[in-house]
Design a protein around this ligand. Structure first.
Ligand SMILES: NC(=O)c1ccc[n+]([C@@H]2O[C@H](COP(=O)([O-])OP(=O)(O)OC[C@H]3O[C@@H](n4cnc5c(N)ncnc54)[C@H](O)[C@@H]3O)[C@@H](O)[C@H]2O)c1
Length: 386
């Protein structure tokens, strides 16, 4: 197989996982990384064993050895970085959100289509084998018509007033915080699994911690700031949200999102109730899929390739009892995307774990609708892209 060169812009928390995932594919070379300065780029490149380090994204994009650009910068840089990469004719894999407004996301989608490159957004929970199993069960009718899809995405890493991230600054993170950051994952996931789009939302947003104490020096996501000088900052974006949703075809749903919920680390779960059966998947117990039935015993399907459906099986790589996890699912997403890059004929039949800029645009429209619903006092609001 021809080798493919990738370059990563924004080597922070999630950037390291992009690099780890593509290295596992075996035919992708991590050519270069770009950070915000020459010095930090060199330091990160050495730590991640990457040969070339650039102090600006423009310099990385000029490197002819870089065919695929991974964008893992803070949200406000997504539009300029992606646009510049597309202008160079590079394939682009961006972490979410594609953009912080639907208008910008629509522009990027149009530019990516015009450039004729592969474009992807890493909604990584699609890559879990039991997520694909639930999707297969929904698609083959095993659940019957689905009438209710509900769940939550809860974390606690922003519970203290001293917890701070660029995500909370609207000029860097966008107007929405918890909904755009993690609620968007849940919405992408349930739409992917159910095969149905969310067409309307009704939301109630809350800022539980409205004054935070920002470290004078920037810290990376999930880093411990320790004893540092701080300044008080008023927070306008939500850290807690309750959202009712309506799916095309009539299914109803609800979602809780929060980053101030003690004890919840990366607590993403969803349940789908159909007329024949229910399924529930919980990210923190991702090797199990609960299956509920009325007239026979409920069950817990353990992740085991020999027990999975034909479509879900390729997403499991270890025998039953050998646990697979977050990083393995991330690698599955990269595998689907890089297959499309390596093999243009496969692009028309896109593999399931591969979310495109179209999905990123839908996610931005959903966030806009959630904000609009809340702004109007909690009224049903249509999702523009539906
Ligand atoms: N898919 C997921 O599960 C997931 C998880 C975490 C983050 N993310 C997304 O990934 C992106 C990054 O988040 P993170 O948590 O890794 O943040 P982070 O703050 O840890 O990392 C961001 C990195 O970008 C660098 N950077 C800043 N300005 C730059 C510039 N001009 N040029 C190049 N690099 C620059 C920073 O120095 C830092 O290393 C966000 O958009 C976030 O929404 C996705």
């Amino acid at each position: 197989m021809t080798r493919i060169g990738m370059g990563l812009i924004g080597p922070g928390f999630v950037g390291a996982h992009h690099i780890d995932a593509v290295r596992r594919l075996g035919f992708v070379d991590v050519v270069a990384i770009a950070a915000s300065s020459e010095e930090s780029a060199r330091r990160k490149a050495d730590a991640l064993h990457v040969a070339k380090a650039y102090g600006s994204y423009e310099a990385l994009l000029a490197d002819p050895d870089v065919q695929v650009v991974h964008n893992t910068t803070p949200n406000h840089l997504h539009v300029p970085v992606i646009r510049a990469a597309l202008r160079r004719g590079k394939h682009v894999i961006s972490d979410k959100p594609l953009a912080t407004t639907a208008a910008d996301a629509a522009q990027l989608l149009a530019e990516a289509n015009a450039a004729g490159v592969v474009h992807a957004v890493t909604f990584n929970y699609r890559g879990n084998p039991l997520v694909q199993q639930a999707r297969e069960m929904a698609a083959t009718g095993e659940l019957g018509p689905v009438h209710f899809i509900h769940g939550a995405y809860l974390q606690d890493w922003l519970i203290e007033p001293t917890d701070f991230s660029w995500r909370l600054e609207p000029e860097k993170g966008g107007v929405s915080s918890a909904v755009a950051d993690i609620g968007s994952h849940w919405c992408d996931l349930v739409q992917h699994v159910s095969g149905r789009r969310i067409v309307e939302v009704l939301s109630d947003l809350t800022t539980v911690v409205s004054t935070r104490f920002k470290p004078a020096r920037a810290t990376e996501a999930f880093a411990q700031a320790g004893e540092v000088e701080r300044e008080a900052v008023q927070i306008a974006s939500e850290d807690l949200a309750t959202i009712l949703v309506r799916f095309e075809g009539g299914a109803k749903g609800c979602l809780s999102v929060g980053q101030v919920c003690a004890g919840h680390k990366n607590d993403l779960w969803f349940e789908m109730n159909g007329s024949r059966a229910s399924v529930r998947w919980h990210q923190e117990r991702q090797n199990e899929l609960w299956i509920g039935r009325r007239s026979t015993a409920n069950g817990m399907l353990a992740k085991d390739p020999s027990l999975l459906g034909a479509a879900a099986r390729p997403y499991a790589h270890l025998p039953g009892g050998h646990q697979e996890a977050w990083a393995d699912a991330f690698c599955n997403v990269m595998r689907d995307i890089y297959r499309a890059i390596a093999c243009p004929e496969s692009r028309t039949a896109r593999a399931p774990a591969f979310a495109t800029f179209e999905d990123g645009y839908r996610a931005a429209c959903l966030v806009d609708a959630v904000l609009e619903s809340h702004r109007r006092g909690g009224v049903w609001t249509k999702v523009a892209a539906s």
